[in-house]
Design a protein around this ligand. Structure first.
Ligand code: DSN
Length: 421
């Protein structure tokens, strides 16, 4: 494990928590579908003096002096992002995925306008118009769903019907808990019929698009892609908005700053530039392919062992297990049981779940982080066996403690970038 001697000397409490977190990340299996391990170079860049600089505005047109180096890193991030996604414009300043979505809505919509997005229990995200968000006080959100939960196919006929009736200004693709590929061309055709913008929230699958494993919505004529940068894209925690048309990009820029955010977080923008440089390398394509190979392999193992997967499989990095059907217990109990043996995933709603969000029927798990550690298909069988064994022995404290030791021994074979590798 690395030591951070200056932190250790100046703040022993935070240092101790950091050491604990490094050990947790090294000795446990990270199956949370939205998490990943960044490279030492990205990690190093996040802890640099770019933190000290205010840079409101954009490269070449800032409100403060002293921008010769901030302009370099932000321009690098922008240009690399454009190349990665074949975009006409990139804004790399959103602090996270949610602000990227909000800034996009305000760039394209007037108060009262309508957005057509996926039903939240079918895989959509809070920022796609959950009633608990302030967004629903300003815009109207209407929904489409899967046509068939057994295959995951979206209901494009219903989408068209709702679009014709509601005249949305944005048709939104993109999900936090949907395991299948989308037909963007069909969505674009519906949007064209009603004069709507097309927006894809690719937060989960951005790295898979860059790696060429999933389709790029821009190839089917989508207008906007929003994303986080820290999930499959394996960069620093942050967000980004891409536009196909540079003219639309101007509206996006105004909306992010000064419309919504203040000073950009420049050390994160510099780290985005580094991560995007890594994603341009051929190794990243192999990484993206391996994420999906691992995910499909783990999904097959689960289904071969009588677990019920929503849509009966996966095309991407994640899967959703119906825990009530698979194990007769809710998702929260599965999450807590696996926590005890060092396997981390999250409880999750399943489509049309009758249970509550804090006590849902399913769990969501994914392979981006374990693939970064170098795990391959054969390791998915070991992980699947650990999961089944933990759930089977969940009432036996001694058996769980023994299993945890096995998990630690297994994990230590796989280095964690920035900690043990
Ligand atoms: N928290 C992210 C996820 O886990 O998918 C989405 O915001």
């Amino acid at each position: 494990m690395p030591t951070y001697t200056s932190l250790q000397a100046s703040d022993s409490a935070v240092y101790a928590a950091l050491v604990g977190e490094m050990k947790r990340q090294t000795d446990g299996v990270e199956l949370i579908a939205s998490e990943n391990y960044i490279s030492p170079a990205v990690l190093e860049t996040m802890g640099t003096v770019f933190n000290n600089k205010y840079s409101e505005g954009y490269p070449g047109r800032r409100y403060y002096g002293g921008q010769e180096f901030t302009d370099i890193v932000e321009t690098l991030a922008i240009e690399r992002a454009k190349q990665l996604f074949h975009a006409g414009h990139a804004n790399v300043q959103p602090h996270a995925g949610a602000p990227a979505n909000v800034a996009t809505y305000f760039a394209l919509l007037e108060p009262g306008d309508t957005v057509l997005g996926m039903d939240l229990s079918h895989g959509g995200h809070l920022t796609h118009g959950h009633p608990v968000t302030y967004l629903t006080k300003i815009f109207k959100f209407v929904r489409y769903k899967m046509k068939d939960v057994e295959t995951g196919e979206l209901d494009y006929d219903e989408m068209r019907k709702v679009a014709l009736a509601e005249k949305p200004k944005i048709i939104l693709a993109g999900f936090s808990a949907y395991p299948r590929e989308v037909n963007y061309a069909k969505m674009k055709a519906i949007a064209d019929e009603v004069g709507a913008y097309t927006m894809a929230d690719m937060a989960h699958i951005a790295g898979l698009i860059v790696g060429g494993v999933l389709r790029n919505p821009f190839d089917d004529g989508f207008d906007i892609i929003t994303t986080t940068t820290h999930k499959t894209l394996r960069g620093p925690r942050g967000g980004m908005i891409l536009a196909r048309d540079p003219e639309l990009g101007k509206k996006i820029d105004k909306s992010v700053f000064p419309g919504f955010q203040g000073g950009p977080i420049m050390q994160m923008i510099a780290a985005k530039a580094v991560a995007f440089g890594e994603a341009q390398k051929p190794e990243f394509k192999q990484y993206a392919q391996q994420i999906v190979k691992n995910s499909k392999h783990l999904a097959k193992f689960m289904m071969d062992h009588k677990m019920k997967l929503i849509t009966n499989g996966t095309d991407n990095h994640l899967m959703l297990i119906d825990c009530i059907q698979s194990f007769g217990i809710p998702g929260g109990e599965v999450e807590q049981t696996l926590d005890k043996v060092g396997i981390t995933l999250n409880k999750n709603m399943i489509p049309d779940d009758t249970r509550k969000p804090m006590d849902p029927s399913g769990v969501r798990l994914g392979t981006p982080a374990i693939t970064t550690r170098g795990m391959m298909e054969k390791d998915m069988e070991t992980l699947g066996t650990f999961i089944l064994s933990a759930i089977e022995k969940r009432a036996d404290t001694a058996a769980l403690a023994h299993l945890k030791e096995e998990v630690v021994t297994f994990c230590r074979k796989f280095p964690v970038p920035g900690i043990t590798g």
